[in-house]
Design a protein around this ligand. Structure first.
Ligand code: NAD
Ligand code: UGA
Length: 443
């Protein structure tokens, strides 16, 4: 199939590259000239494991190319994927300006009838509007078929997820168009679920809202664990063994961040409100998430007393490991709160430092190595569970820090391991290991 993908971001680029990998001829279109120039040379503008290699392979095979021109991309196109961003407006609703711009340009650039597939996450009813807008702008009065094909990939494992997803949702009012989509995706060998347009749009929001709910639920349980002296990791593990509950997304920490859970939960609350439904449960999920990020500041204050003048090492800045994405990362409010309290901040992330500089407050020193960030620090805050941090030889905290106080927002280390070192260790929903009460010490 000849496919055009509009918007070469995390979703569009991964989709385009993976569709090329299974044999389709793909042109990715983006308005960002710099990105297009970079991708044409075989460089990925985002960090995503396995993406750049696959991208280069398909560029070389001539199955993949990049352009800023809709006209050029649409010459022989059969299917157009829409994957532009749908960020959040100040009131929490989805900002559809990029969708509307792209739909208008599709309309004015279309040279033949085709299928338009929406990958972007859009509120219920948007696909119907996209179809109407494209047809209204079409100079040759062309008709299109519209399909909702929401995306479920996770950043940091986007390529893997595209080939190993649990389901592909195809929402359409037109059976022929739905069958074309099924044929396109057949080589992925992933179960396909057909439904109508509105239900497909709702499946995406409901899925993200449910996963966010699991996270806020376990974070609430972690708060109670701290009060009653239980260990939230053991509790989550014991709960997850019930297959009706499942083990995933029960990791307590500093809450969910990223480009999607925060905006999609807000958008669903707004969508519900616009339809006279007060989504109280989801509002609480959002509230719990906000307070969870600030818990780390409270814990830091408890551990070091006055934050003013303390040298604080921030370990991990991206919203999750294996990505350079800083959108809604917990490191942002945490760094601001530390700055306001007069901390001297040193920050480290293996991949996200360049992006972090645009999101974090000024006056932070960035270090290229974990050890350099730890050197002389009064306290270390773990914000992202990068493997490098999880695998760190714990003696480094003792060896390099001015005082080995570790506030772990991601429960990276087993408590039994920590107990072997002279570290004051505070984590989420687990007993604090107090350096003064050590039974075993190697230093
Ligand atoms: P992104 O911001 O990384 O990428 C969007 C791209 O679209 C940018 O490169 C931008 O330059 C380009 N663009 C904007 N307007 C354009 C236009 N008119 N024509 C051509 N290109 C244009 O966004 P993303 O993270 O890939 O998200 C895209 C959509 O997918 C969103 O709706 C998001 O909710 C959804 N989604 C994202 C993820 C994820 O993990 N990031 C996962 C599932 C679904
Ligand atoms: C999430 C969903 O998992 C994808 O299915 C969806 O396609 C995507 O949003 C989207 O719509 O954009 P993503 O945001 O990339 O993917 O990453 P996740 O692995 O879901 O993590 C999101 C946040 O939740 C991270 O900050 C992570 O640290 C946090 N999290 C996740 C927890 O705190 N605990 C957990 O158990 C799991």
């Amino acid at each position: 199939m000849r496919i055009a993908v509009i918007g070469a971001g995390y979703v569009g680029l991964v989709t385009g590259v993976c569709l090329a990998e299974i044999g389709h001829r793909v042109t990715c279109i983006d308005v960002d000239r710099e990105k297009v120039a970079m991708m044409t040379k075989g460089y990925s503008p985002i960090y995503e494991p396995g993406l750049e290699e696959m991208m280069r392979r398909n560029l070389q095979k001539g199955r993949l190319n990049f352009t800023t021109s809709y006209h050029e991309a649409f010459k022989e196109v059969e299917v157009i994927y829409l994957a532009v961003g749908t960020p959040q407006l100040p009131d929490g609703t989805a900002d559809l300006q990029y969708i509307e711009q792209a739909a208008s340009t599709i309309g004015t650039s279309l040279q033949k009838e085709c299928i338009v597939v929406t990958k972007s996450t859009v509120p219920v009813g948007t696909n119907v509007r996209i179809k109407a807008l494209i047809e209204e702008k079409s100079m040759h009065k062309m008709k299109i078929d519209i399909v909702s094909n929401p995306e479920f990939l996770r950043e940091g494992s986007a390529v893997y997820d595209t080939f190993h997803g649990d389901r592909i949702v195809i929402g359409s009012e037109n059976q022929e168009a739905a069958e074309v989509l099924e044929r396109i995706n057949q080589p992925f060998h992933i179960p396909i679920y057909h439904t109508d347009l509105n239900s497909a749009e709702m499946i995406k929001y409901a899925s993200n809202a449910f996963l966010a709910t699991k996270i806020s639920f376990i974070n609430e349980i972690s708060a109670i664990c701290e009060k009653v002296g239980a260990n939230v990791d053991d509790v989550a593990c014991g709960m997850g063994k019930d297959r009706r509950i499942g083990e995933q997304f029960l990791k307590a920490g500093i809450g969910y961040g990223g480009s999607c859970f925060p905006k999609d939960t807000n958008a669903l609350v707004q969508l519900a409100g616009n339809n006279q439904h007060n989504f109280k449960l989801l509002q609480s999920v959002i509230e719990v998430n906000h307070s969870q990020q600030m818990k780390l500041i409270e814990k830091t204050q408890e551990a070091v007393g006055e934050i003013q003048g303390k040298k604080v090492a921030l370990l991990g800045l991206a919203f999750k490991p294996n990505t350079d994405d800083m959108r809604e990362a917990a490191s942002i409010p945490i760094a601001h709160a530390l700055k306001e309290r007069g901390a001297e901040i040193v920050a480290y992330d293996p991949i996200a430092i360049q992006n972090a500089k645009q999101h974090l407050p000024p006056g932070i020193r960035y270090e290229e190595s974990l050890i350099n960030a730890l050197a002389g620090a009064d306290v270390a805050l773990i914000l992202t569970e990068w493997n490098e941090i999880k695998k760190l030889d714990l003696s480094h905290y003792v060896k390099w820090m001015a005082s080995p106080i570790v506030i772990d927002g991601r429960n990276c280390y087993p408590l039994d391991e920590i107990k072997k070192y002279s570290i004051h260790y505070v984590s989420i929903g687990r007993p604090t290991i107090n350096r003064k009460c050590l039974s075993v010490s190697v230093h």
